[in-house]
Design a protein around this ligand. Structure first.
Ligand SMILES: *Cc1c(COP(=O)(O)O)cnc(C)c1O
Length: 434
């Protein structure tokens, strides 16, 4: 699709698949990026250092020895349902980040990782870490007393606040979450239950982030997690790549030039899908094809991609108003850091209507008994768009994949819903049943 035609499409709030003309072969671009494969390894090592402490703070992490990870699941019944529309080449799998422990969303990767980065830096600065390198000593009352003089702050539509807030409080820090008007009531209540200070803003996500950033700038005891520009968040997400490689291997799934892996990632500012895609591309190279999914009302990264990731327009400039039930994706402008990283790596973006989100949410529960929040259902249009739309077919042809679809894996990334109160989920099901 030509740029002007694509932008018209977006103005009309029509769902569609948009390819990235700047995508390059991974080998040729990896060394020129702002963040490197060594950074992914460093993030893995840091999470490993904290694992014994996390296991102590959250008993639910004991089976995984302190690592926060989610299952990979086959979803044959949901695939049957998707194929009622048209057949798909290949098999559909679900990456269950809605079931990530501690925070119940994909933000348990990036958000918690950044809290741990700050904790480690502060512990070193204050001389609180034992020479033995045993991080469980950070749970001593004397250390927690020192942490209590410090604050972790973040702007959030909900899930990022939950991951930062829950982890910061578990370590003994104060936590402040600046929430946009899109934030759901139950997420605010849950934060307050964890002892987090919630500041409600009657404005959109970017404005809530700005307010938080400003407050932290005036006070050195406040550390601000900047979702629009954080390398820590990005790298926390990227660890999913090497971990997924192990899971796919255990499931007997081959990924190579003859067995392509398509990944469909719900996208807000681009940090979570960007970090995950970076980790996946670092591991699988050109055999992996990553697509971002956004609401038709909030296609922030799609717009940045259609402007070559040089200009980052707001969705308002295209007559949109972020009017979506997908609160996790309800952002008006993309992250530049994520955009810089994704310019040569992302295969494309697609947009989905809220009706489609609720339809997928409903059928995922009916077929596989899996409960997710609306944002987390954004990836399910992906397999059809790749296999059966004109843009998807053009992509397959360009990458010489049209004859290899039968051996393909479609990995739909489910990103949130683990902490959903049953009555809220029941409301979503009612909306999807229609
Ligand atoms: C935050 C979020 C995303 C997207 O992450 P970004 O970093 O904003 O792109 C996707 N799904 C859910 C449920 C989220 O909370």
């Amino acid at each position: 699709m030509k740029q002007t035609k694509a932008l018209d499409h977006i103005r009309q709030q029509a769902a569609g698949l948009f390819l990235n003309p700047l995508q390059r072969s991974v080998r040729t671009v990896l060394d020129g990026l702002r963040l490197s494969v060594a950074d992914i390894h460093a993030a893995q090592a840091r999470l490993q250092r904290f694992a014994p402490l996390l296991q102590m703070l959250f008993p639910e992490l004991q089976p995984a020895a302190g690592l926060i990870e989610s299952p990979l699941m086959a979803i044959p019944r949901m695939q049957d349902r998707l194929e009622k529309k048209a057949t798909l080449g290949g098999r559909c799998w679900l990456k269950c980040d809605h079931a990530l422990p501690v925070a119940g969303s994909v933000k348990a990767r990036g958000g918690i990782y950044e809290v741990l980065c700050r904790t480690e830096a502060l512990a070193i600065e204050l001389g609180l870490l034992a020479d033995t390198g045993d991080y469980t000593t950070l749970n001593r009352p004397a250390v927690r007393k020192q942490f209590a003089r410090h604050t972790m702050a973040v702007g959030s539509t909900g899930n990022l606040g939950l991951s930062i807030g829950i982890m910061a409080r578990a370590l003994g820090f104060n936590a402040v979450v600046h929430m946009s008007a899109d934030a759901r009531t139950w997420k605010k209540q849950l934060l307050k239950m964890h002892g987090v200070t919630v500041i409600e803003h009657d404005s959109d996500y970017s404005a809530a982030v700005r307010a938080g950033r400003q407050m932290a700038a005036d006070d050195p005891s406040i550390y601000f997690v900047d979702d629009e520009n954080s390398a820590h968040l990005f790298l926390g997400y990227s660890v999913a790549g090497p971990r997924l490689k192990k899971q796919l291997k255990q499931a007997g799934i081959t990924v190579d030039a003859d067995h392509p892996l398509f990944v469909y990632l719900p996208c807000g500012v681009g940090g979570a899908p960007g970090g995950i895609a970076f980790g996946i591309k670092a591991v699988f190279g050109d055999a992996a094809h990553c697509f971002f999914a956004e609401p038709v009302q909030a296609p922030a990264v799609t717009l940045a991609m259609l402007h070559s990731f040089e200009h980052y327009p707001t969705v308002y400039e295209f007559g949109l108003s972020i009017d979506t039930e997908a609160d996790g994706l309800a952002v008006g402008c993309a992250s530049r850091l994520a955009g810089d990283m994704m310019r040569p790596l992302v295969s494309g973006c697609f947009t989905v209507t809220d009706n489609a989100l609720f339809d997928h949410l409903y059928h995922l529960q009916q077929t596989e008994n899996i409960a997710v929040e609306p944002s987390a259902a954004a990836g399910f249009n992906g397999p059809h768009l790749i296999c059966n739309s004109p843009s998807g077919r053009a992509y397959l042809k360009r990458h010489a994949l049209d004859g290899r679809l039968e051996q393909a894996t479609h990995l739909i990334w489910s990103t949130g819903g683990g902490l959903l109160p049953p009555e809220v989920f029941a409301g979503y099901m009612a909306a999807g049943r229609i």
